[in-house]
Design a protein around this ligand. Structure first.
Ligand code: GDP
Length: 326
């Protein structure tokens, strides 16, 4: 049903944005409705010819499919398109981007592992078993030793491009890479935040999500995401100006539900209110909802309220932590 609320057009738009993030120039897109995918070429033979003509007319180098292709389909399509045309799928594209953007050794290892996991089921059908094994390795390899007071560590999560880095920069004056691209943030960045005379806290920015995020990537980044389970507060940053913000919220919630973090207090931040079509309406709606603050990381609007909400929430969770200490 996720597929239904997130339609073909939106999915292709996001795919185009992913391709752009991966450094490709998108020259066109197309789709076909079939009762079931063609086992040999995924699309029908007429569509193959149509794309082949477009490849020649537009001098196309890469054809990306929005669904996962079997190794056989991949080979057959490359053969059918001919020449040096590269055929790949959404998962391979995402892995490429992660590869380009892995800034630390740890992230690079996680990506390498995810790439292996992508290859493995193409060699054998023992997919879940291998995924489990590999997942265990990541945890051992990737455990991070951040020396922090766990009681005040918070992790923010959000959809990719929601404005997490911008918010972090705005709060700390730090210079974290903020780009209008997907997955600018792969490695968690932790910053100390102190605003006016409020208590200091630590803020960690974590990897963003997209629709149809391959499960293997969630598994590979489990070590990174597991920091979430040690947080005092989970801040979910949403680009509220995005027409699909509701589906994006759902995508993040889906990943979170796989991580067993239901006991951690949560705060939802509706960011980019300056860019929203009807900011007034959104602000009013946020006011009626507990656990939602409305901000603009760009203009600074609502940041005071955000910090107040954080202090309030963290105070509650500290009481909870202290209650566990004999
Ligand atoms: P991240 O992927 O969640 O870390 O997102 P970024 O912080 O990199 O922001 C993605 C894009 O949104 C950048 O181009 C930012 O300048 C822009 N952006 C972030 N916050 C706001 C905001 O409050 N208002 C507007 N208009 N743009 C924003």
């Amino acid at each position: 049903d996720r597929e239904e609320s997130f339609g073909i057009d939106e999915s292709l738009k996001e795919l185009a944005q992913l391709a752009d993030t991966g450094g490709l120039m998108v020259v066109g897109s197309t789709y076909q409705k079939l009762p079931f995918p063609n086992p040999r070429t995924y699309i029908g033979s007429g569509k193959v010819s149509e794309i082949k003509s477009a490849i020649h007319a537009l001098d196309v180098e890469t054809v990306i499919f929005d669904d996962e292709l079997s190794p056989g389909q991949l080979r057959n399509l490359e053969k059918a398109f001919g020449g040096d045309v590269r055929v790949c799928d959404r998962t391979a594209l995402i892995l490429d981007i992660f590869n380009q953007r892995a800034a630390t050794h740890e992230a690079a290892l996680q990506v390498a592992l995810a790439q292996m996991e992508y290859q493995l089921p193409r060699l054998t059908r023992m997919w879940t078993h291998l995924e489990r094994q590999a997942g265990g390795q990541v945890k051992g390899m990737g455990e991070k030793q951040i020396e922090v007071d766990k009681r005040i560590l918070r992790t923010q999560v959000g959809y990719t491009n929601a404005g997490k880095s911008t918010l972090l920069n705005r709060l700390t004056g730090a210079n974290v890479l903020a780009e209008d691209r997907l997955f600018a943030t792969l490695d968690p960045t932790t910053r100390r935040v102190q605003i006016k005379n409020r208590k200091e806290f630590l803020l960690t920015d974590t990897v963003g999500f997209i629709q149809k995020l391959p499960t293997m990537l969630v598994a590979a980044f489990r070590a990174t995401l597991e920091e979430i389970s040690e947080s005092s507060l989970l801040v979910h940053v949403v680009d509220i100006s995005h027409p699909l913000s509701e589906q994006q919220i759902e995508a993040v919630e889906n990943v979170l539900s796989e991580l067993d973090v239901s006991s951690i207090p949560k705060l939802m931040v509706w960011n980019k209110v300056d860019k929203a079509q009807d900011p007034q309406k959104i602000k009013l709606e946020a006011e009626t909802r507990e656990d939602v603050v409305c901000i603009s990381a760009l203009t600074g609007e609502g940041l005071e309220e955000f910090c107040d909400a954080v202090q309030h929430k963290v105070k509650d969770s500290m009481v909870w932590v202290e209650a566990l200490v004999p």
